[in-house]
Design a protein around this ligand. Structure first.
Ligand code: ATP
Ligand code: MG
Length: 457
């Protein structure tokens, strides 16, 4: 095990000296500082695991040092040292987030116990982190299902890009084609695996929140900034940040993003320190960014920067030969999930699935199989267990009159015009943010996209 790093901040030379004598080179590394100011400097320099702080210091008080360290690194384990009888200070220290306190004079037996507890605590935290990492399903290329040429090409290109030094990767493709899945796989198959993979959906947060998530902030940067917060780029240092729906971020954030890509420096809101970060940015969108450039909602410079390594995922209708494999894959998956034992799919049901157009791509297919497995009472998925739009796919869709072509009596209003108008309003209200418009309407994003296309909105 690596040695535990201890910082002791005390103006009493004897204390500092005894700590060093007691613990240095015995599984610990010890630094000492005779003032709070010096202590904070050493803290930044050595990033210790434990800090012992004396309450009475010549310059800034022990309590202030404690708060200062907490502001630099929240989860530091701090032990407060107080003179006998000053219990109020000890209470204050504990309230401010100290891990433990000791009364002076103390024996090193007491300190041994505290250090043992700290070691246990760090070990548990470490185990939690390991478990968390394992839980993040370790998806690799073999989880990207498909034997079509299109998928084969995507996998070999992604493999090369994953292992390269590429600092930005752009994933394009319709909704449900597997961009999230591929982003994770690329990370797991890169030499950044094991380092953080941080995901953020740019469409799900209002601008200001998105900015503070990405860059973090210092305490007091704005009214609600009661504590400092690390930005995602800092958190992901050494790993990757997945910016999903990058097409939805506003232009001023795009400028900041470009800055981070080009200079590899991030700065918290309200802060003055530039922090060097080494992150790979994987960005994804189902938008046509070239159109967004014309509409001036996406910056050309950022686009050219991102598109150096672009991977465009094929739609499912372009790779229909993969449909049987995907069906098999999802049957196995949901059998486990729902403790069912569906053997296979009937020939006519499979035919229907191959014939269907899949506007929502693999996600839609996954949902269809999930539903069928839940509903199915026989051993095999039968056509009856498939949703109406797939079963009735034989009917010529465009020509046939649908409910939406009905004219409301005595008004002359056609039903689909009302629908179009409602969708248009929702889109305008949300600045054409599809995720939020879909939320507003209470429909899935896939169906919103479909309608949007249908009505040329
Ligand atoms: N080739 C594939 N093999 C196996 N599963 C896949 C494949 N492609 C997509 N999926 C699955 O389909 C679902 C949708 O994929 P994903 O979320 O990656 O799509 P997306 O392109 O990010 O969509 P959106 O643009 O809507 O965010 C996921 O459950 C994913 O695991
Ligand atoms: Mg996605």
């Amino acid at each position: 095990m690596k040695s535990l790093k201890i910082l002791v901040i005390d103006d009493e030379n004897l204390i500092c000296w005894s700590f060093k004598k007691q613990y240095n080179n015995k599984g610990y590394e010890v630094w000492t500082a005779e003032s709070g100011e010096k202590g904070l400097q050493l803290f930044e320099l050595h990033d210790p695991d434990v800090v012992f702080i004396d309450n009475k210091l010549p310059g800034i008080s022990g309590l202030e040092v404690l708060k200062g360290i907490k502001a630099l690194k929240e989860d530091t384990l701090l032990v407060f040292m107080t003179a006998y009888g000053t219990i109020e200070t000890a209470v204050k220290a504990m309230k401010s987030g100290a891990f433990e306190y000791v009364n002076k004079p103390f024996s090193f037996d007491e300190i041994d116990i505290i250090l043992d507890n700290i070691k246990k605590r760090l070990q548990v935290e470490n185990e939690i982190q390991v478990l968390r990492r394992q839980q993040q399903e370790e998806v690799m290329f073999d989880q990207v299902i498909g034997k079509s040429r299109a998928i084969g090409q995507i996998i070999s290109l992604s493999r090369r890009i994953a292992r390269s030094e590429a600092s930005t990767i752009l994933l394009l493709g319709e909704s449900g084609t597997g961009k999230d899945l591929l982003a994770k796989v690329i990370h797991n198959e890169s030499n950044r695996r094991g380092k953080p993979f941080v995901t953020i959906n740019c469409a799900s947060l209002p601008e200001t929140l998105l900015e503070s998530e990405l860059f973090g902030y210092e305490k007091g940067a704005f009214t609600d900034a009661k504590r400092q917060k690390k930005g995602l780029f800092e958190i992901a240092n050494g790993g990757a940040v997945y910016l999903d729906e990058i097409g939805e971020i506003n232009v001023s954030l795009q400028v900041k993003l470009l800055g981070i890509i080009e200079n590899k420096i991030t700065r918290r809101l309200g802060g003055t320190n530039n922090r060097h970060v080494d992150v790979r940015i994987i960005a994804a969108t189902n938008k046509n960014l070239e159109e967004s450039i014309i509409e001036k909602t996406f910056r050309e410079d950022l686009y050219y920067r991102l598109k150096v390594f672009t991977i465009t995922l094929p739609t499912l209708r372009e790779r229909k030969e993969d449909i049987p494999l995907l069906i098999r894959h999802f049957i196995n998956f949901f059998n486990v999930q729902f403790k069912k034992n569906i053997k296979t799919i009937s020939a006519d049901a499979e035919k229907l699935l191959i014939k269907y157009d899949w506007p929502g791509n693999v996600r839609e297919m996954r949902n269809v199989i999930e539903r069928a497995i839940i509903l199915e009472t026989s051993e095999n998925i039968r056509a009856e267990s498939l949703p109406g739009e797939i079963r009735n796919n034989n009917a010529p869709r465009a020509e046939g009159k649908s409910l939406y072509d009905l004219v409301i009596p005595e008004t002359g209003i056609v039903l689909h015009e009302i629908e179009k108008s409602i969708i248009k309003q929702a889109l305008e209200k949300t600045n054409f943010n599809q995720t939020r418009a879909a939320q507003l309407l209470g429909v899935s994003r896939d169906s919103l996209r479909y309608k949007k296309k249908k009505y040329h909105l």
